[in-house]
Design a protein around this ligand. Structure first.
Ligand code: IMP
Length: 188
């Protein structure tokens, strides 16, 4: 397998760990992008903004992940605003606000979406998308992961993402799915 140097436009250590696990074998490092306003209306727009802000070194490719949770009975919210849905945006605050909003809601379908933008040294950019469907349960369960993991149970499973091992979450998750598409594109 050809080892690629991959610069990831993120300081989110959870995302970076998941990306590193799926892209095992490549050289993955995180990089803070400054001055990017994530105010796009789609995950694609925000991922492209972030990847464009990366200054690549020789032989490097850049990637940026924009992701979020879309809840059916909230018309797809929090969506692209998932990271800023509660203040401060701790997992507890994000999940409590969501549970409170869904208190009287029995249709609890939701999906996580992850879009990864990849930029080659030539400046060419492409995006890949991964989605996982599931349900928002009625209380927080599990201590692993980040964000909304403790309230999201993927379809067909009894555990929330926060109760799963890292490798099980990666096998099922939106990010894992997008990253496996990326691997195919990279030919590895
Ligand atoms: P952004 O991509 O930086 O805009 O942040 C996406 C936000 O969506 C994160 O801060 C989390 O709150 C949420 N999110 C995205 N992916 C996941 C995941 O795998 N588990 C839990 N929450 C996630």
């Amino acid at each position: 397998m050809k080892k690629t140097k991959i610069m990831v436009a993120t300081t989110n250590r959870h995302k970076l760990r998941e990306i590193g696990q799926v892209l095992r074998g490549h050289r993955v490092k995180g990089h803070r992008v400054i001055g990017v306003r994530e105010n796009g209306r789609t995950f694609e727009a925000n991922a492209i903004k972030k990847v464009k802000a990366l200054k690549l070194g020789t032989g490097e490719i850049g990637i940026a992940d924009d992701s979020g949770l879309m809840v059916n009975c909230l018309g797809g919210k929090p969506g692209v605003r998932s990271a800023r849905f509660a203040s401060p945006p701790t997992p507890e605050n994000l999940c409590s606000k969501l549970l409170q909003l869904l208190k009287n809601c029995s249709a609890r379908g939701a999906r996580f979406v992850c879009v990864i933008a990849v930029k080659w040294p030539s400046g060419r950019i492409r995006t890949v998308r991964g989605v996982v469907a599931g349900r928002i349960i009625r209380e927080m369960r599990g201590r692993r992961g980040f964000g909304y993991d403790s309230v999201f149970r993927p379809c067909g499973y009894k555990k929330t993402f926060a109760e799963m091992s890292a490798s099980q979450k990666n096998r099922l998750s939106h990010r894992g799915r997008a990253l496996r598409k990326l691997k195919t594109i990279l030919g590895a």
